[in-house]
Design a protein around this ligand. Sequence first.
Ligand SMILES: C[S@@+](CC[C@H](N)C(=O)[O-])C[C@H]1O[C@@H](n2cnc3c(N)ncnc32)[C@H](O)[C@@H]1O
Length: 221
Amino acid sequence: MTGEDATGWEAAYRKRPSGGYRKASQHEDCQALDRVFRDRNVRAILDLGCGDGRHLVFFARRGYLMHGQDIAPTAIRLADEWLAGENLSADLKAGDMTHIRWPDASFDAMLCIQVVNHHRIRQIRQTVAEIHRVLREGGLLFLTVATERRPPRPGAPKAVEVEPHTYVPLEGHEKGVPHHQFDTQELRYEFRRFIVCEDVMPVHKDSKGYTCLVMQKPDNQ
Ligand SMILES: C[S@@+](CC[C@H](N)C(=O)[O-])C[C@H]1O[C@@H](n2cnc3c(N)ncnc32)[C@H](O)[C@@H]1O
């Protein structure tokens, strides 16, 4: 019995309603992404796993048509309040990333920042298929994810490995939330329907050690 429950995120946001992510600065690649999006006439962006909105606010301020989906209704509410407080808006929906709540080819670009690993592999594959479905041909995906496999550190919340490379903490603020540990090869394999755009942004690690990459849904697939 793992107590596994993706809605553990809802409990996490309720416990700290001021939002842990909202207080953090936006991802360090956002300025560069803004330039990329502008050069390619990106208009509609989906932030998948938008949390309490730090990237929605960043890109809405710059005039993009922002959309956000997150499994935690409290995160959606906090994001909505933050946007409204800045006279900004975005189309926000609560829901699991395995079912993205917009029609095919809705988006010119997507953000998926520290999100896609929070499932078991079967659901991750469903999510990748959904990302592919809702991006238009030639659309861009900015993805950040950990690609180092290591057992939980000593002193970290106790966790159980529920399937290969997927840990579920039994305690702490992410209790019940699956954490799949990719490696680089597996990540490339799972996203094999996309082209990695080294020319747009070289694959790199951010200051927190997450692998960051820009991918493209090919034309005419
Ligand atoms: C580490 S936080 C990152 C939040 C946001 N991307 C940011 O950078 O501020 C992970 C986010 O993914 C969301 N999430 C986790 N599992 C999800 C799922 N199955 N479907 C949709 N969102 C999910 C969580 O609620 C949380 O907001």
